[in-house]
Design a binder for this molecule. Structure first.
Ligand SMILES: Cc1cc2nc3c(=O)[nH]c(=O)nc-3n(C[C@H](O)[C@H](O)[C@H](O)COP(=O)(O)O)c2cc1C
Length: 452
C-alpha cells in the first residue's frame, strides 16, 4: 500500500558538491565557495524546487590530511569556504520559505553562543532556522581549539547531551507572552514569565536567561547526525530531524525502526522525528547521458586525490603503478575492518589501484538515471518506510541542484510524493512537526488545570 503523506527534502549545499573532483568540472565555479552568488543561486534554486531546507555540514578546521604528500593541494574539497552561521542570515534575505539549517559543534562552542545565534537566525528568517547538532571528531579541529587530541568519545557525547539540554533550556527562558511592551503601564516584561536557567552540570554552568526571545518557531528545528548508541539516543530524545548515513535500504529500515522505537520512552510520537538519509543524484534526459555525466566526474579525479581516499586503509600507494594490481597494505590499519573490506573488494574484482580508488571516490548511495529512474529509487525507500525523506547530496554544484529541480521535483510531484506549494510559514510547519510548547508555559497550564 502506498504510504500517505509527502516526503521531506533537504539540499545539502556545502562547498562545490559531494564528489571530490567537483571543482574540476567545467561548469563548476572553482572559487564558488568564496563567492556569495554561488550560495545564493543554490539556495534560491532549492527554494524554487520547494525543498524543506538547505543544509550545511561543517567543520572547524581543515580536516583532510596531506596523505600522500601533494594530494591536499589538488583536492579542492572542503578546503576553503564561507562560515555558514554568517552566511545563512544573508541567504535568508534572498529566500522566503526554505529552511536554513547549519551545523554547530557541541565540542568547540559554548551553549549560550549557539542558543543565541540560532534564536537570532530564527527571528531574521521568520521561523526558518535549524541547528545540526554534531560532536567534533577530528584531530585537525582539536588543534584549532587549544588541544592536541580530540575529546574522547564518551566525553564528547556526554558534553553534547548536556550542551543540548542547556540550549533547549535557554530557548525556553522567555515564555511567549513574557514580553508585554506595555508603554502606558511602563512595563516591558512580565517578571513571572521570565525564567532563569540556573544550570549547574558537569560541563556547563549557565545562569541565563538568554538575551534573545520571541522565536517564530518557539525554538529552532534540531537536526542530529550520528549513528552510534549515544547518537541514536540523543536523536530519539530531542531531534526533529536526523541526517542519516545511507547504506542499503535494509540497513536504513533497521536504523529507522530502531531510532523511532526509542522515542516513546521520551513521550514522543513516531512522526515527531523525520529521518532523512543522504543520497547523491545525477539525472539527465536519458540514462546514457546521466551515466556519462557521472563517468566524466570520475575521470576528473586526480590520482593523488584518489590515493588519499585509500590512504587510511592501505597506506601510501603513490610509489606503485596505479594501473597495476593493488599491493598489500603499506601500513598498520587504523580501522582493521575497513582495511579488510577494501582488500577483499580489490582481490575479488581483480582491481587495479585506479579502479579501486575510482570505486571508492564514486561510492555511497547514488541514484543515476532519468527522472523516472531516480524517483523510483527515492520512492522505494520512502514507501518501505526506511526514511521520511532525503538529504540530497549533489555531486557537483550548481549543476546537480539545478537538474534536481528541473527534472526530479516535477516527477516527484506527478507521483504525489512531494508538495506543489509550501504548506506553512516556518520550517517546523513545512516539516509537519508539532508546534513547540514552552516548558514553563506548559507547567503553568498544568498547574492551573490541576487547581480547577
Ligand atoms: C550523516 C552524518 C553527518 C555528519 N555531519 C557532520 C558535520 O557536518 N560536521 C561534523 O563535525 N560532524 C559531523 N558528523 C559527525 C557526528 O557528529 C559524530 O561525531 C560522528 O558521527 C561520530 O558519532 P557516531 O559514532 O554517533 O556516528 C556527521 C555524522 C553523520 C553520521
Amino acid at each position: 500500500m502506498a504510504r500517505r503523506g509527502m516526503m521531506k527534502l533537504g539540499m545539502s549545499m556545502r562547498g562545490l558538491g559531494y564528489h571530490p573532483a567537483a571543482w574540476r568540472h567545467p561548469d563548476v565555479p572553482a572559487d564558488g565557495t568564496l563567492r556569495f552568488e554561488h550560495y545564493a543561486h543554490n539556495a534560491q534554486m532549492a527554494e524554487r524546487g520547494l525543498f524543506d531546507m538547505i543544509f550545511f555540514a561543517d567543520g572547524i578546521g581543515l580536516r583532510e590530511r596531506d596523505e600522500p604528500r601533494g594530494s591536499l593541494a589538488r583536492s579542492g574539497y572542503e578546503l576553503v569556504e564561507m562560515e555558514p552561521m554568517t552566511l545563512l542570515p544573508a541567504l535568508s534575505v534572498l529566500t522566503k520559505h526554505i529552511g536554513l539549517v547549519t551545523t554547530a559543534s557541541t565540542t568547540y562552542n559554548e551553549p549560550y553562543h549557539v542558543a543565541r545565534k540560532f534564536a537570532t537566525l530564527d527571528l531574521i528568517s521568520g521561523g526558518r532556522a535549524g541547528w545540526n547538532i554534531v560532536t567534533s571528531w577530528s584531530e585537525a579541529e582539536a588543534k584549532n581549539f587549544n588541544r592536541e587530541q580530540h575529546l574522547e568519545y564518551d566525553t564528547r557525547y556526554e558534553r553534547a547531551a548536556e550542551f543540548v539540554e542547556v540550549v533547549k533550556g535557554l530557548w525556553d527562558c522567555w515564555e511567549p507572552s513574557s514580553l508585554v511592551y506595555d508603554k502606558a503601564g511602563g512595563l516591558f516584561y512580565d517578571e513571572s514569565r521570565m525564567h532563569l536557567l540556573n544550570h549547574r552540570g558537569k560541563h556547563f554552568q549557565v545562569r541565563g536567561p538568554l538575551n534573545v526571545a520571541g522565536m517564530p518557531q518557539g525554538r529552532p528545528v534540531m537536526v542530529q547526525a550520528g549513528a552510534s548508541e549515544p547518537g541514536r539516543e540523543i536523536a530519539a530524545a530531542t531531534a526533529d530531524v536526523v541526517y542519516a548515513a545511507a547504506d542499503s535500504i535494509k540497513a536504513a529500515k533497521t536504523y529507522y525502526d530502531d531510532v523511532k522505537g526509542r522515542m516513546a520512552k521520551y513521550g514522543r510520537d513516531w512522526d515527531d522525528l523525520k529521518i532523512m538519509p543522504g543520497v547523491r543524484t545525477i539525472v539527465a534526459a536519458t540514462r546514457a547521458e546521466a551515466q556519462a555525466k557521472f563517468d566524466r566526474l570520475q575521470e576528473l579525479t586526480d590520482p593523488l586525490v584518489g590515493l588519499a581516499r585509500v590512504y587510511a586503509a592501505l597506506g601510501d600507494l603513490s610509489g606503485f603503478d596505479i594501473d597495476g594490481p593493488v599491493p598489500e597494505p603499506q601500513r598498520e590499519a587504523e580501522v582493521r575492518s575497513s582495511t579488510d573490506r577494501i582488500m577483499q573488494r580489490a582481490r575479488e574484482g581483480n582491481l587495479t589501484i585506479r579502479q579501486l580508488y575510482t570505486q571508492i571516490v564514486g561510492g555511497g548511495f547514488y541514484l543515476i538515471g532519468t527522472a523516472s529512474d531516480v524517483v523510483d529509487g527515492l520512492q522505494e525507500w520512502y514507501e518501505a518506510e526506511a526514511c521520511d525523506g532525503f538529504n540530497i547530496l549533489p555531486p557537483y554544484l550548481p549543476g546537480c541542484c539545478d537538474d534536481f529541480v528541473e527534472f526530479i521535483t516535477p516527477e516527484l510531484q506527478r507521483r504525489g510524493l512531494f508538495r506543489t506549494a509550501y504548506e506553512g510559514k516556518t520550517l517546523r510547519e513545512n516539516l509537519g512537526l508539532k508546534p513547540h510548547v514552552n516548558r514553563h508555559e506548559a507547567a503553568r497550564a498544568a498547574a492551573s488545570a490541576a487547581a480547577e
